[in-house]
Design a protein around this ligand. Structure first.
Ligand SMILES: Cc1ncc(COP(=O)(O)O)c(C=O)c1O
Length: 442
């Protein structure tokens, strides 16, 4: 949920959506928008796909929902097989949001340690400049002060380590030494908390809203996973935004060369058609929970909602049948280079980064010092408003430098966006940035 600013489109002025097809949306006045960010990185195969709608309708005609704890269903079994094959993991708890997936991952980690006789492992470590969701624990895990301040007194205490950011290196640390520095910092934090009290370390392989599609440097995930495993700490990858194929591989952490103990997915899993998320875990964790309590002690009324799973299965089949991950792997890097080249005349574009169809543009007031724009300028809000005026949906966000200042724009188009549509998104974003940057007070 982006921070409101004076330049945000407010509830009163939000356009009213009418319909969507593919990469385009229309409001009730007939205005067309190109969806350059899949809303908040959700719409993996675009809008209004009749195949998904038909699959959901077919399921609804039979039964909307076979309550997960009374029945199994075809979509449940099909989706579980798809996720297990894609992740190499063994089992999952389904949810209806990314926040619940994170919350479930935390509870699974706690239960795993409890069931294997280490009930003292109750603490979690997460990174600065991260976003894990809106439930209390997910907000506590997040490193995003602006979104935490109002709840600070009620949030569970979480161990905190630095963001893995090659564009903004920690004071006195070189690019070459960054991975070793961050691994050592994580180990110090585990030792400070007491290794026998730490349940898990949670991170986004590519940081979403809090970092602007920021991937960790090569070797980071392997180094931190090695530290965790040495201390019996579970590795939890939050792939709610970057996972389910968005980076061109199904598990974003696959590209980092690790298999986490638990991963969270949502968003692209069902591509925005119906709400669906999951906390997915290893056979080792499944076996321990099965022996301890017969299975995971977490779940919701709508866990594994059949119509939502039918939507997810239909989306995943389209991704598979149309070879969309291969398309992202092929086109993503070229599109990123193209975007960088198109913005070369804008000195305030400090960095263009990301993986696959998950690209972040970071804006700076001073390209030499990388100083961000003052938060009071509301640059990300101005970009959102100007983009919308130009018929572009993108995902600007603020606060990634110090919790308040720091402006990024995420592009996360549907996996099946054509070359011409990607060009249109790039054109509109460049024009938006030109207008906004030229209009800032000097
Ligand atoms: C990495 C990450 N984790 C968790 C969440 C929370 O997901 P949801 O908004 O579906 O609850 C988000 C939402 O943007 C996210 O980006």
């Amino acid at each position: 949920m982006p921070r409101p600013s004076a330049n945000d489109i407010t509830q009163e002025t939000l356009p009213k959506i009418s319909h969507g097809r593919g990469v385009y949306l229309w409001d009730v006045s007939g205005r067309q928008y190109i969806d350059g960010s899949g809303g908040p990185a959700v719409f993996s195969i675009g809008h209004g796909d009749p195949r998904v709608n038909a699959a959901v309708a077919r399921q609804m005609e039979k039964v909307a929902y076979g309550y997960r704890y009374l029945f199994t269903t075809d979509p449940l079994e099909e989706m579980s097989a798809i996720i297990c094959k894609a992740t190499g993991l063994a089992d999952m708890v389904y949810t209806t949001s990314g926040s619940e997936a994170v919350e479930s991952a935390v509870k699974i980690a706690l239960q795993y340690h409890f069931d294997r006789g280490e009930p003292g492992r109750v603490k979690f470590i997460a990174r600065q400049r991260s976003w894990h969701g809106n439930t209390l624990m997910a907000t506590a895990l997040s490193g995003f002060e602006d979104r935490q301040r109002a709840f600070a007194g009620a949030l569970p205490v979480v161990g905190r380590v630095s963001a893995a950011n090659t564009y903004r290196l920690p004071e006195g640390v070189t690019r070459e030494k960054l991975v070793a520095h961050l691994a050592a910092e994580l180990e110090s934090e585990i030792l400070r908390l007491g290794p026998e009290t730490v349940a898990g370390f949670l991170f986004e392989p590519v940081v979403g809203a809090a970092g602007g599609a920021l991937p960790a440097p090569e070797g980071y995930a392997k180094a931190v996973a090695e530290v965790c495993r040495r201390h019996g700490v579970l590795v939890i990858c939050d792939e709610v935004m970057c996972g389910s194929g968005r980076t061109g591989v199904w598990r974003a952490s696959e590209e980092d060369g690790i298999t986490a103990d638990i991963i969270t997915v949502a968003k692209s899993l069902s591509g925005g058609y119906l709400p669906l998320g999951a906390a997915v875990y290893t056979k080792g964790i499944a076996d321990v929970m099965a022996a301890g309590h017969g299975g995971p002690l977490t779940g919701h009324t709508y866990t594994g909602h059949t119509a939502c799973l039918a939507a997810g299965v239909a989306v995943q089949k389209i991704v598979e049948e149309e070879g969309l991950l291969a398309r992202i792997r092929d086109k993503g890097p070229r599109w990123r280079s193209d975007l960088r080249a198109r913005m070369a005349h804008l000195p305030q574009v400090g960095d263009v980064r990301g993986r696959g169809f998950f690209i972040g543009v970071e804006l700076v007031a001073d390209p030499e010092t990388k100083a961000p724009f003052a938060a009071s300028l509301g640059v990300n809000g101005r970009i959102r408003a100007e983009a919308l005026r130009r018929g572009l949906i993108c995902y600007p966000s603020g606060g990634h430098v110090d919790g308040a200042a720091g402006d990024t724009v995420i592009l996360a188009p549907p996996f099946n966006a054509s070359d011409a549509e990607l060009d249109e998104i790039a054109d509109k974003l460049v024009a938006t940035l030109e207008t906004v940057l030229a209009g800032l007070p000097s």
